[in-house]
Write a protein that binds this ligand. Structure first.
Ligand code: MN
Length: 241
């Protein structure tokens, strides 16, 4: 598939989504966001190997669910593209995926402590985060999801949930749209920060499952408002260059 057949508006939104994740402190030079191809659901769009804060439309390529790039002449892909590939394969409902190493999530990942919705903005956390330990699957590794087998294990740990924490590494969130996945990545990090703060004060009362569901449904109607603000904060960008 030539690059000029990529859906233009969605490719631009994905480039902006990468910039937003950097601007909001969810990613640094590492981490990535992807979106399922709207006309070819067996494919997904992901930047080639580049810091998210620098991603432009022309850095975005199509990948298959085995992690192979459709354009074999393209630049070097991300090592961890198998995270995205295997989640799209196992979760037909998922339209977008964000993988990050956002810092406040790490203490929860390494203690297998569930992230739970501390306030309405993180209602999508429902009854708690899923957890994945690469050592259980592959023994001692460099912690990276470098192949389809590890990607499948991670997707299996995610199950039907929206957020999986990865011991010694970071987290991955999914959404039914690109803005929803970005929203969830941002508020996973914020909820982790707040949950750490609350843990020093006493026993936290989390949203129960009904509250979490109702809050999540209400928030989803407001995501365009957040998206507009996130894009505005970026100011002028070179995403189209
Ligand atoms: Mn990673």
């Amino acid at each position: 598939m030539p690059q000029d057949l990529l859906p233009e508006a969605l490719t631009r939104d994905l480039a902006l989504a990468n910039r937003i994740l950097y601007d909001q402190g969810v990613v640094d030079a590492m981490g990535h966001a992807s979106v399922r191809h709207p006309e070819h659901p067996e494919l997904f769009l992901l930047s080639a190997n580049r810091a998210p804060g620098l991603v432009r439309r022309r850095d975005i390529y199509c990948y298959r669910q085995d992690g192979s790039p459709v354009d074999t002449e393209g630049p070097r892909p991300y090592l961890e593209r198998f995270i995205h590939a295997e989640i799209y394969r196992s979760r037909p409902d998922v339209q977008a995926v964000v993988h990050s190493h956002s810092p406040n999530v790490i203490p929860f990942a390494c203690t297998h402590t569930a992230l739970r919705p501390l306030f309405h903005m993180s209602g999508f956390l429902g009854s708690g985060s899923a957890h994945f330990d690469i050592r259980d699957e592959a023994g001692d590794t460099d912690m990276l999801i470098r192949n389809s087998t590890l990607g499948r294990s991670l997707a299996s740990a995610l199950g039907a949930q929206s957020c999986v924490l990865m011991r010694g590494h970071g987290s991955t969130v999914v959404g039914d749209s690109l803005p929803q996945a970005i929203y969830r990545a941002i508020y996973t990090e914020i909820n982790a920060r707040l949950q750490l703060a609350a843990s020093g004060l006493g026993e936290a009362q989390f949203l129960n499952q009904t509250e979490a569901r109702l809050a999540s449904e209400a928030n989803d109607t407001q995501i365009p408002r957040s998206w507009a603000l996130w894009v505005q904060r970026l100011g002028a960008t070179d995403v189209d260059e």
